[in-house]
Design a protein. Structure first.
Length: 68
């Protein structure tokens, strides 16, 4: 899956917010639940954003599907 595909409007089944913004919200919930694997994925998405790089598609998938 390409980065462009992940950033299409939510009506097309994709992210409706920037990945780092979603990652912060998921990080909070995952911390509360002790979900260490998801916490690490969120940290990688946030770190990629801070470095101006694209996050790994696998990490984006974890973040975008966490509340589904």
């Amino acid at each position: 899956m390409t980065m462009n595909a992940l950033l299409r409007p939510a009506g097309e089944g994709q992210l409706d917010r920037p990945p780092a913004e979603m990652a912060w919200q998921v990080l909070d919930a995952a911390n509360d639940l002790g979900d260490t694997a998801t916490v690490e994925a969120c940290r990688r998405v946030i770190d990629a954003d801070l470095r101006g790089k694209a996050p790994a598609p696998s990490d984006l998938q974890i973040v975008s599907h966490y509340f589904r």
